[in-house]
Design a protein around this ligand. Structure first.
Ligand SMILES: [Zn+2]
Length: 445
């Protein structure tokens, strides 16, 4: 695939890909599992297909759950692995997988695996003749220090922003600070599903949280602490349950709803009252992060998994929030895909909106190239964050970065062919996307 693409885009693209590999990349978004956890797992090539992205492609192709479990086992699922039953021999699992591989092998998620294995282990393609070789290489990588070898040595990644995946999205202390910096979430303080959610918070604080203002004070306190610890931004994930249509905050109504929630009268987050309360809590989250000097990452794009709605994918409904907080910085994770152009209008016209391509180079490789062609002639170049892997397995991060470099190079080689930029300018744009822009946004200057 790499050769085919380089051939199509020509020598200019190949030269750019090689040049981009020398840029220390700031990886704006990772979910890679802690190395200590990875060391407990016996992964092989087929267990990687349990990753939610690849699994969703297979399920969308029609694979049933039993086949998915037979092929992938239980080592590649996000939960801590529990060996329920020994895996069938690899050849048997491959035989059952192969017809499905022909259906999904051309998606960006599949290509990402193949590119990662090629770059990390030097094995090209996944088929009956390579599945064992790749699996052996993956097993050989199950050793302390492999993360640093891949992320620093092979991928030339300066730092990766680790999205905290625990139940409350709080930062964890035992991540390797030479490779990762945590990105905490304010989800728990802005999305109250029930009285129990509030009770959990109160238990943790050891005191009552008796008003919206008290909750807002907690957010401010947390953001200040996170900033003092050197964390780069905070994250909100509202789009997994709603559209991004944050209304004018009605503080009085939110106080009344909060009182009702405390008294056990609350219809839940997805009720009209839940929306009024959440809109006000998001307002406070934006104020708190901004007062602390932290950007806010909003997931605006497709939902992982299957049967997600497109409700939270559009950035346009967020315009009110963006206009109301001009001193905030909105890091738009996934750039509002599939509405890339719509998101670019806001990035073009609002100084506080940044387009973040995390996940998108593999979600839609062609869409990312098209978007870059459009954005680079529409949006100031400092507004684009070029890469975030959004993945669990370390060698697939390398595969994703290889694809991102190809996509950026292809867009820029096209501009070079059209006489719009020269080679030096194209290199400078690549450096901005992969390093300088995220460095400025996340405080790594
Ligand atoms: Zn993510």
């Amino acid at each position: 695939m790499a050769d085919a693409r380089a051939g199509r885009a020509g020598g200019a693209a190949s030269a750019l890909v090689a040049a981009f590999a020398r840029i220390p990349t700031i990886n704006g978004h990772t979910h890679v599992i802690p190395e200590a956890d990875r060391l407990k797992r016996d992964l092989d090539a087929l267990s990687y297909f349990a990753h939610p992205y690849c699994a969703a492609d297979l399920q969308s192709a029609g694979m049933d759950d039993e086949t998915l479990r037979f092929v992938t086992g239980d080592q590649g699922t996000l939960d801590a692995p529990v060996i329920r039953q020994p895996l069938a021999p690899l050849a048997e699992r491959w035989a059952r997988f192969e017809p499905w591989w022909h259906r999904v092998r051309h998606t960006g998620f599949s290509q990402c695996l193949v590119e990662g294995w090629r770059a990390a282990y030097g094995v090209s393609g996944l088929d009956a003749s390579t599945v064992g070789q790749i699996s052996d290489a993956i097993r050989a990588g199950r050793r302390p220090g492999h993360y640093a070898e891949v992320l620093k040595g092979m991928a030339n990644i300066r730092i990766s922003l680790m999205q905290m995946g625990g139940p409350f999205g709080e930062p964890i202390d035992d991540i390797d600070a030479t490779l990762f910096v945590p990105v905490p979430r304010l989800n728990r303080l802005t999305m109250l599903r029930s009285r129990d959610d509030l009770t959990d918070l109160e238990r943790e604080y050891g005191e009552e949280v008796d008003s919206v203002e008290a909750l807002a004070a907690r957010m401010a306190e947390r953001c200040a602490t996170w900033k003092a610890k050197g964390l780069p931004e905070v994250k909100l994930s509202q789009s997994y349950h709603r559209a991004m249509d944050f209304g004018e905050p009605d503080h009085d109504a939110a106080r009344t709803i909060f009182e009702g929630l405390r008294a056990g009268r609350y219809d839940g987050l997805d009720s009209p009252a839940g929306k009024v309360l959440e809109d006000v809590l998001v307002f406070h989250a934006v104020r708190s992060a901004t007062a602390a000097g932290l950007p806010l990452q909003f997931h605006v794009g497709p939902r992982a998994g299957t049967y997600g709605t497109l409700e939270g994918t559009s950035l346009a409904p967020m315009a009110r929030l963006v206009r109301a907080h001009r001193d905030a910085r909105f890091d738009i994770s996934h750039s509002g895909f599939p509405y890339f152009t719509e998101a670019a209008v806001l990035a073009k016209t609002c100084a506080n909106v940044f387009l973040n391509l995390s996940w998108m180079h593999i979600y839609s490789p062609e869409g990312s190239v098209r978007a870059l062609r459009e954005w680079l002639r529409m949006v100031p170049v400092n507004k684009v964050i070029g890469f975030g892997d959004d993945l669990y397995w370390v060698d697939t991060i390398l595969g994703h970065l290889v694809m991102a470099r190809q996509n950026v190079a292809e867009a820029l080689a096209g501009m070079m062919a059209d006489g719009l930029v020269g080679e030096n300018e194209a290199m400078a744009i690549g450096r901005a996307l992969f390093h300088d822009n995220p460095a400025a946004l996340y405080g790594y200057d």
